[in-house]
Design a protein around this ligand. Sequence first.
Ligand SMILES: Cc1cc2nc3c(=O)[nH]c(=O)nc-3n(C[C@H](O)[C@H](O)[C@H](O)COP(=O)(O)OP(=O)(O)OC[C@H]3O[C@@H](n4cnc5c(N)ncnc54)[C@H](O)[C@@H]3O)c2cc1C
Length: 408
Amino acid sequence: MSRILVIGGGVVGLCSALVLARAGHEVTVLDADEARQAASWGNAGHIATEQLAPLASPATLLGAWKRQFAAGGPIDLPLRFAPDWLPFAMRFVAASSLDRFEQGRAALAALLMDSLPAWRRLLAAVGRPDLLRESGHLVAWESEASAASGRAAWMQADTGTARVRDATAADLARIRGLSTQAVAGAVRFEGSAQISDLSQLADALECALLAAGGTIVRGRAEVVMQGRRATVAGFPADLLLVAAGARSAALVAPAGHKVPLIAERGYHIRGGASRWPADMPPLVFEDRSMIVTRYADRLQAAGFVEFAPLEAPADPRKWQRLEAHVQALGLPIDGPFSHWMGARPTLPDYLPAIGRSPRASNLLYAFGHQHLGLTLAAVTAEQIGALVEARAPAVDLQPFDLARFGGC
Ligand SMILES: Cc1cc2nc3c(=O)[nH]c(=O)nc-3n(C[C@H](O)[C@H](O)[C@H](O)COP(=O)(O)OP(=O)(O)OC[C@H]3O[C@@H](n4cnc5c(N)ncnc54)[C@H](O)[C@@H]3O)c2cc1C
């Protein structure tokens, strides 16, 4: 039995803490997010088992120029923040070669393959299997041309354990019943899933952790090296797990890890869901790069990839654009809307960092899950559990080792 300090109580940290506490370890989570503003509690809720292709790819590179925010697209690289994102962009270009993309896809596929079963195991263990809704998701297009090219792209993509088929007439009628805008076509995924409500998920994970003997403390950690051990003042521990999302780089830096982690900021608006069917799976309007998710009593529209520093003020134009999309589509979301912005923790090869440091004898890490942190949280937690118990992880973690960035 070890005393383990987990830095970060987002979904990756909480799932890992829970797995460790249930294995009999004495676990403390130290988390700075009193108001639950982290990416984990504002994302689109989609268990995206189909997203095998890392975004560091030749296709992303070729298509990015057409998808800029200024041209109506979802990607924003504000010039004033170029010193922050340019070094990341250069590494991203290098990671997007065909060879590295194929390696990344194989690595991500291995992790994604067990992502949904891992969520089933974890939520069954905490007595809340109902939080996982396994009814796939839908992707819709508004023009015949985008429907034809979007459908063809998905039909030929490797979607791992998820399957894609044409939407049925009933699916299409349902989507058309929710939008006043013409919907030209849609596909339906099976084998993907949704977390039915993110705040209930947070409550369930926290309660289960406390019930398993864990402790949650609100506060901000600083890591200091004492010899070859990473320490946090006031929290004596045998092992330290850094799972602090987009702030993780500063916490592994004292051990000598130079990690090119960036905040990819996304936005959502939420309104009342009284006019949206409770059993409607997440619905992606791909022409608008927007995903609409029904939670317990709220309906959310989310999107955007903004490369800006964590502390920079939110850009209200993104909320305005989401509201304009909702209005243009005629979606029945009850106002007034609440507004949120949160940061995806992203590494230039769009693979997470999961492993044990060779530089600090007691340091483990689990961060950098980019657009897939909710999807991969439970399976990541199981790999961390194996590392702590010195068992062989079920997934080869070598591609996720921080050593890939040098400096260690
Ligand atoms: C708009 C949007 C939509 C998304 N949709 C999806 C989706 O549908 N499916 C999916 O799989 N993923 C999605 N994601 C990505 C997903 O939300 C993230 O990958 C995931 O939440 C990362 O979880 P995390 O626990 O690593 O980090 P976070 O959620 O950022 O949590 C990190 C925690 O660590 C705490 N912390 C940081 N520094 C310290 C410190 N020094 N001391 C103590 N605590 C600290 C923070 O306060 C925070 O609570 C989306 C993201 C966005 C922005």
